[in-house]
Design a protein around this ligand. Sequence first.
Ligand code: NAD
Length: 318
Amino acid sequence: MKVFFDTRLMPEETVKDKINYNDALLVKESLNTNNANEYKDTEIICINIFSRINKETLDKLPNLKLIATMTTGLDHINLEECKNRNIIVTNVPSYSNESVAEHTLALLFTISKRIHICNQEMENCNVNMPELMGFELKGKTIGIIGTGSIGLHMTKLSKGVGMKVIAFDINKNEDVAETVGFKYVELETLFKKSDIISLHIPLNKHTKHLINKEQLNIMKQEAIILNTSRGELINSEALLKALNSGKIGFAGLDVFENEDFSCANPNSVSRKIMTHKKVVATPHAAFNTIEAINSLFDVTVKNIDLFLEGKDVENRVN
Ligand code: NAD
């Protein structure tokens, strides 16, 4: 049996069109420790970011052989534990470079042109032009952390609107930097010199809370932070304080430390950030385009087919 979790995140007709296995079970909810028992016979699961694969969940799925995650990031899966149990894990690299980079730029345009406030004031028939005054991106310095698939595309889009681009990555690609026209700098220099900082790195033990009180303190007054990677890259408490004090001018965020978008916890720090007047927030939706969803399904189904044929899967990560 193959179980496809998190199908609520995709249009129903696309899910039905793309998944053509006779024994496929389509499940809207995420896989978690509480419901894993219901799927104890499954050998293959397909999941999204909201299904957390920890030791307890794996204990309840003794027949599991393949986890196909329809994500690039892997921070929701205990890879070590999967390896110990000979469970193959596949992901989908580079399926949404354009979608995520364009979304990041859309957050920045929304902030720079105050589009969200314009829209609100139009709806309320109460236009206050001085309040809507924005700024041009041309000539501003953007610091891009992570120049992999998405970050690199972001450097090109940023150059396209006339921004000066500086970047930091633990794996530098100087040739690409020269061709695109950006410079690698030390992380501290990037924090100090950037008008806008955009995060495009994976979440792992080295990158958790990469942006904390100390890093926020050395940033320019009223710097703008963009995060479409993972919420845990930024310490939420520290960000909230910096937004409240005005140290951070605006934040454009698609990801949060606690991604509960149900409004069930109005007093949580994440919810305070999502609704902050200096924040443009989207619900982890940067990947959500027709093109990226098609690509996600095509790569995932191909990997499952290869596995079923006894061949090497293409996107094994463990
Ligand atoms: P990628 O692997 O192509 O690039 C990541 C880059 O980060 C690499 O160049 C790597 O060298 C660099 N890096 C790793 N650790 C670093 C560190 N400690 N400091 C500096 N640089 C470091 O990944 P990608 O496809 O560009 O995706 C980036 C992230 O975007 C993913 O890990 C995922 O979390 C996130 N993402 C979000 C969405 C969304 O819908 N919001 C969709 C897809 C991906």
